[in-house]
Design a binder for this molecule. Structure first.
Ligand SMILES: NC(=O)c1ccc[n+]([C@@H]2O[C@H](COP(=O)([O-])OP(=O)(O)OC[C@H]3O[C@@H](n4cnc5c(N)ncnc54)[C@H](OP(=O)(O)O)[C@@H]3O)[C@@H](O)[C@H]2O)c1
Length: 282
């Protein structure tokens, strides 16, 4: 039995609130890392076409002996394939690489508002097709700002199930998170521990010491108590276990508020700004 709670999505599906991220895991390490995570109890894996390891994620799920239906798998559309025909072909490639006949969740990885004549709406309509034909059980977006989200809904009436955004104690990204809460869009927090950058903050180490927990556990628990979905990445077996042990303790209200107070706004952003990001990988 998994202790991980699920979050209800706006399309009737549910998603485990804690998963395993595979960004920057080399393909040759992916089967081992995902296999370890599945052994520990994770039942949700977050990959992307851009990460180059979808094939190995699929292999790890099959090697685990678990039923496909028991593991929630997300992938994301790459930046160079936003035009509808290319997006359809790229999605076929995702299913073929994973070796699955559906994904649980498929996202537009970046809005790219300065590319494709600013048209991410036709890309979204393409994802809506994949949702209707059942090969993407849920669909959503990543790195979408409030005005991008509004535009999608106004143009298509289809509300994303999730928005995966950079969020951690140094960048709360609350305007986007609050818009999502108000409109039934679940927030997924990427780089939940800011790739380690927040772990030596005295506020966090102080709370960790008080609770007898690690700094990473405190930060991940803070996300959970805010209702966000997280999928920390690690290739270190002990950390894979540590990051899963979040459901036998709680932060007090004061601790949560103290961590909220670490927000640095835009200065805390570690990744690209979604309004200007325009990178097309080779
Ligand atoms: N949609 C997007 O644009 C986007 C962007 C970035 C990330 N993501 C997703 O979010 C996932 C997580 O984000 P992330 O990989 O950027 O960063 P992260 O999960 O915040 O941090 C990963 C880093 O922290 C280290 N780490 C993990 N657990 C630790 C622990 N308990 N104690 C100390 N250090 C620890 C890892 O090292 P070791 O591996 O060496 O243990 C790794 O260097 C990604 O894997 C990906 O699925 C999405």
């Amino acid at each position: 039995m998994s202790a991980v709670p699920t979050i209800d999505l706006n399309d009737g599906h549910t998603i485990p609130q804690l998963g395993f991220g595979v960004f920057q895991i080399d393909p040759e390490d992916t089967v081992g890392a995902v296999g370890r995570a599945l052994e520990v109890g994770y039942r949700h894996v977050d990959t992307a076409q851009m990460y180059g390891n979808e094939k190995e994620v699929g292999e790890a799920v099959r090697a685990s002996g678990l039923d496909r239906a028991d593991v929630f798998v997300t992938s994301k559309l790459n930046n160079g394939v936003h035009r509808p025909d290319e997006a359809r072909r790229a999605f076929d490639g995702t299913l073929s690489d994973l070796g699955f006949d559906y994904v649980d969740l498929f996202l537009i990885h970046w809005p790219l508002p300065t590319l494709y004549d600013g048209d991410f709406v036709s890309t979204w309509e393409t994802l809506a097709e994949l949702h209707r034909d059942g090969r993407a059980r849920s669909i959503g977006v990543s790195n979408f700002q409030v005005d991008h989200l509004r535009r999608l809904t106004d143009a298509t009436g289809v509300v994303p199930a999730v928005n995966q955004i950079e969020r951690h104690p140094y960048l709360l990204n609350d305007a986007v998170h609050d818009y999502g809460r108000a409109h039934g869009i679940a927030t997924e927090a990427w780089s939940p521990i800011a790739q380690g950058d927040v772990l030596e903050d005295p506020v966090i180490t102080g709370i960790a010491q008080k609770l007898g927990r690690s700094a990473a556990q405190v930060v991940l628990r803070w996300h959970i108590q805010h209702g966000a979905i997280v999928f920390p990445k690690s290739t270190t077996p002990e950390r894979i276990e540590e990051n899963f042990a979040l459901f036998d303790f709680e932060l007090e209200g004061d601790d949560v508020e103290e961590i909220d107070g670490l927000d640095r706004g835009e200065a805390g952003r570690t990744g690209p700004n979604p309004d200007t990001f325009d990178h097309i990988p080779d």
